[in-house]
Design a protein around this ligand. Sequence first.
Ligand SMILES: *Cc1c(COP(=O)(O)O)cnc(C)c1O
Length: 405
Amino acid sequence: MTAKILPPDLHRDTLALRTSIEPSQYGENSETMYLTSSFIQPDAVTAARRFAQEEEGYMYTRVGNPTVTSMELRLAALEGTEAAIATSSGMAAILLLGMGLLKAGDHVVCSQSVFGSTIRLFSVEFAKFGIRTSFVAQSDVSAWAAAMGPDTKLLFAETPTNPLTDVCDIQALADVAHQAGAKLAVDNCFCSPALQQPVRFGADYIIHSGTKYLDGQGRVVAGAICCSQKDVDDLFLPITRTAGMVLSPFNAWVVLKGMETLAVRMHAQCANALALATWLQHQPQVARVHYPGLASHPQHALAMRQQSGSGGPVLAFEVKSQDPTAARARAFHVIDSTKVCSITTNLGDTKTTICHPASTSHARITEPQRQAAGVVQGLVRVAVGLEHLDDLKTDLLRGLNSLAA
Ligand SMILES: *Cc1c(COP(=O)(O)O)cnc(C)c1O
């Protein structure tokens, strides 16, 4: 099915509402959810032509589904790429990226501060198939350059990182990759296209967990790769139709509708996050606040340039502790004292979430990997939602105020 024809040069805010496939013959204003596993073919000849890929048309939802197509078109419009391919989760998108680009003997350079499951996917799962990965310091471009070798095919970055919000220079990493004939993939979960479009800085592949800000209300698990149409057609579609890590039409529909309010949600949540981070800096029980919107953040200037002047919706802070062995218990106390925030590792929700990364999202990696990533035991991550700022402050004060000095 073809994309709806729109006037040229529309703004992204408009594309977020208006990009989709053509409506059905009923002219529905809200996009239809096509909950069907297969599609009736007009006749046997047409079916044969479609299976031979000589003619466009839907056959089976593992191969393609109109609701999923709408979600892909809309996401690509927001990211500024030609195309997108949806996957069953964000991790499935990274799996698909690896399956599409890499083979035995290839080498990957990856930030050591990426999402915990991403580290494991590269260091354990891809390693089984003879793909080597070097992990390097997120914001040290020279370390990325030094790790490059003759077999390096892919650089993988995530910016800002979870949970420390370290920012890397996408343009600089794209240059390192392209000089060596390699590709750069950027996981854009934290900023979403509302704040950051990695393709503008030279990234070749943009990874999404639609589970996060694209859905925006914590309802579904979804993922996608945004890239050229040629890469979708030649590299990724042949894999998804064979290996089946496709997005369900229901989940695609939820993400499709989520994207309509992405920009307004993001801007409101980022404003809340900046105010909360600024306030946390002045709390006596807080040793350090990690937030790209603060002047104290090591890559503040870069973040402002790369992220549309916003620090993003996620912050992390270290609870003060004289004795390092007590740090974990003190962080747990702050988390457990909240009555408004949701204790969950998910983020990207309109409801504020709070978690202890060292024992949750980063628990499956080894202690040296955790140390390298800077995920200390006193660290608490807050993904700021749309609640009233004063209620969030009060919620954090419950635990902070009752900590023994
Ligand atoms: C959540 C997350 C993922 C994985 O996405 P899923 O949809 O949970 O598979 C990947 N990268 C980042 C940065 C994430 O936050």
